[in-house]
Design a protein around this ligand. Structure first.
Ligand code: SF4
Length: 193
């Protein structure tokens, strides 16, 4: 859908310059999705792996984030291998709804209730990032945290339109449950993509 060089706004790698490869196509259907234009893959161009790698290289980045849409709807071995051959660290942002096919240096699973993550994806997660839209999402967060490994970092992130009402709840929750950390959509505060 789009390629751009920006700052990782969320989660463990917040603040790092990163090149984003946003793959089109998503059938997860989050009602608060802020990239609904990614859902229909047919309205976006098809590109060769080499074109994507070349653009990433030209940006000067050393981190590439494969995101979507839901990128794991596709086999990603060829893309991740080609990026790694150029010496770039390859990160993934996924809902975890599908099998992860590809080699990644960092996997962020952000589970969605509308199409729940599969067990295998949760087990591969380096980072679990749960969007908090309402109070019930704390239970949802714990349900998913029960499926990750000990190495996985845990983040709670307020849904952008609900930040004001959810942030105080998140703050109190993390004070009582310090295994969780806050993730904010800092790219929106920085006014970058
Ligand atoms: Fe949007 Fe991501 Fe949800 Fe798909 S998984 S609907 S791209 S927020």
């Amino acid at each position: 859908m789009e390629l751009f060089y920006s700052i990782q706004g969320e989660g463990m790698h917040t603040g790092k310059a990163s090149f984003f490869i946003r793959l089109a196509g998503c059938d997860v259907g989050c009602h608060w999705c802020d990239v609904k234009e990614s859902w229909d893959k047919n309205i976006h161009p098809v590109k060769e792996v080499q074109e994507l790698v070349q653009e990433a290289k030209e940006s000067g980045t050393n981190i590439v984030i494969v995101t979507g849409g839901e990128p794991t709807m596709y086999p990603l071995q060829a893309l991740t291998k080609a990026l790694a051959q150029e010496g770039m660290a390859v990160h993934l942002e996924t809902s975890g709804a599908y099998t992860i096919d590809g080699n990644f240096d960092w996997i962020c699973v952000s589970p969605k209730k509308t199409k729940q993550p599969i067990k295998e994806s949760l087990q591969l997660a380096d980072e679990l990032k749960v969007v908090i839209y309402n109070k019930d999402d704390f239970n949802w967060a714990e349900k998913n945290a029960a499926g990750v490994t000990d190495k996985c970092k845990l983040f709670l992130q307020p849904e952008w339109s609900k930040s004001e009402s959810m942030m105080p709840l998140i703050t109190e929750y993390i004070k009582v449950n310090p295994q969780w950390r806050v993730s904010l959509q800092t790219h929106k505060y920085l006014n970058v993509r």
